[in-house]
Design a binder for this molecule. Structure first.
Ligand SMILES: Nc1ncnc2c1ncn2[C@@H]1O[C@H](COP(=O)(O)OP(=O)(O)OP(=O)(O)O)[C@@H](O)[C@H]1O
Length: 447
């Protein structure tokens, strides 16, 4: 197995085993920067991440890598930053370990592998993709600022970097930064009396890509600084692209003057992908990994992971690793085993929880949901409740009929089939069903 491939398998494994918060904070951005003499060198963004990984994951990662490479391996974690990504070839970025042990978080630069060419377009992200392309082709002319929002792991970061790569290639000066890094950078600049240098870094650029802006929503001085950064760049006709997990209006603690500025240009959303798009994403990922995966397998995975593309990709990595390590051929049964502990135990969900969650997400009372009322406002949520009772709580059709105020089991059967079918075609319904799952399982499952 190639070193990079092994590292990807380990990442997939860690993603499954760690909490989402821990994975995103410490592991998500770790990359393989070198493999030499049976030693994996893993680059991370700052000293905190390096220490965290060193202390907690050295033995797990070493064990996994040794198993995959079939020989003893070592692992070292280093702080690194990318060197002049513009000059680097798009597929082979040049990495330079930071000199010594550098404690200052480095603003991130553009990741070469997130490109328009490997972004799969479907109904759920078509508008966002088109807007990003337009901005990349016509910075500061098409839409400024461009504000992209959507749930976790749906491709916002990918699109930001795709704009970054396209504009870098045209010789523009681009800066990608997460709102968290912007905040840390600011705090650091204040602490070390280098705010002038900070401002120069953020204001002498052509394109600013700022990810997860919701992070600054409750931070007053960061908002103040970002307000001035925004005004300077906008005033000089420089492009701003902002991503967030929610629309500007839904950021309660965001200052009004920033909120209104975010809405000056174009606001677009990304929805969870439909089945066909999920399969297309898996196919593209399998091709990039040089693997031939039967379409039936892609469908089996795509049906199980519905609303987070990062998890979808993690699931494919896991299935492939499972097949490789066990020496068994890819089959739907193998997918089921490989992903078994990813899917929460159905029996742990209580029917009452499902009814409550549906009522809450659709904004109607539990009593109306259980009543005989037939208006569409109530009928659709009731059918969704039937579908989810079957899917998530594993309740039989006759029992579902009873839970929902004494309905015939054929009515329930019909509702389940109808909702299963509609979810694949109707963005609104898919989003609602995702929200109910989110309420049932917490954030990580729903994405
Ligand atoms: N349409 C797509 N085609 C191909 N890959 C995709 C697509 N959308 C997302 N991905 C992949 O899914 C993963 C997660 O996407 P990304 O990190 O961009 O999500 P995000 O919306 O920024 O999530 P978060 O809110 O957690 O920051 C990435 O590896 C990305 O390349």
């Amino acid at each position: 197995m190639e070193a990079e491939q092994a590292w990807q398998v380990v990442l997939g494994q860690l993603q499954m085993e760690m909490s989402k918060a821990a994975f995103d904070t410490w592991v998500k951005n770790a990359e393989l920067v070198g493999w030499n003499d049976n030693c994996f060198t893993i680059g991370v963004r700052n000293a905190y991440a390096r220490d965290w990984l060193e202390n907690r994951l050295t033995s797990t990662v070493t064990r996994l890598l040794s198993g995959l490479m079939e020989s003893p391996q070592r692992v070292e974690f280093i702080v690194w930053h990318k060197e002049a990504p513009l000059e680097a070839s798009p597929n082979a970025p040049a990495f330079a370990p930071a000199n010594g042990r550098n404690d200052a978080p480095q603003p991130r630069t553009v990741i070469p592998r997130y490109r328009f060419e490997n972004f799969v377009v479907g109904a759920s992200n078509r508008l966002a993709h088109a807007a990003c392309l337009a901005v990349a082709e016509n910075p500061a002319r098409a839409y400024n600022p461009l504000f992209i929002y959507g749930g976790v792991g749906l491709g916002k970061t990918h699109l930001l970097h795709a704009i970054g790569n396209a504009t870098l290639e045209r010789g523009l000066h681009v800066l990608y930064v997460s709102a968290e890094d912007f905040t840390n950078d600011l705090i650091n600049a204040i602490r070390t009396h280098t705010t002038t240098a900070f401002r120069e870094r953020y204001r002498n650029i052509d394109v600013l890509l700022i990810d997860d802006i919701q992070f600054i929503a409750n931070k007053e001085s960061t908002q103040e600084e970002f307000f001035h950064t925004f005004n300077t760049l906008y005033g000089q006709e420089k492009q701003l692209v902002i991503s967030s997990d929610r629309p500007p209006k839904a950021m309660m603690t965001l200052e009004e003057r920033l909120r209104s500025r975010f809405e000056w240009g174009l606001t677009v959303d990304i929805q969870p992908p439909d089945l066909e798009t999920r399969v297309a994403i898996l196919r593209s990922k399998a091709e990039r990994a040089g693997r031939e995966v039967p379409v039936e397998i892609l469908y089996t995975i795509a049906r199980q992971i519905q609303s987070n593309i990062r998890e979808l990709e993690g699931a494919l990595t896991r299935v492939l690793a499972y097949a490789d390590l066990s020496g068994r051929p890819l089959s739907p049964a193998l997918v089921e085993i490989a992903l078994a502990d990813l899917i929460p135990q159905r029996s742990q969900i209580d029917p009452g929880q499902v009814v409550n969650a549906v009522a809450q997400v659709f904004g109607i009372s539990r009593e109306r949901l259980l009543s005989r009322e037939r208006s569409r406002e109530v009928a659709l949520p009731r059918q969704v409740a039937m579908y989810l009772l079957r899917e998530e709580a594993n309740v039989s059709f006759p029992q579902i009929g009873e839970v929902l105020g004494g309905r015939d089991h054929t009515t329930v059967l019909y509702a389940c089939e109808k909702v299963a079918d509609m979810i694949e075609r109707d963005d609104y319904l898919r989003r609602r069903v995702s929200q109910v799952r989110e309420a049932l399982y917490g954030r990580s499952m729903a994405g």
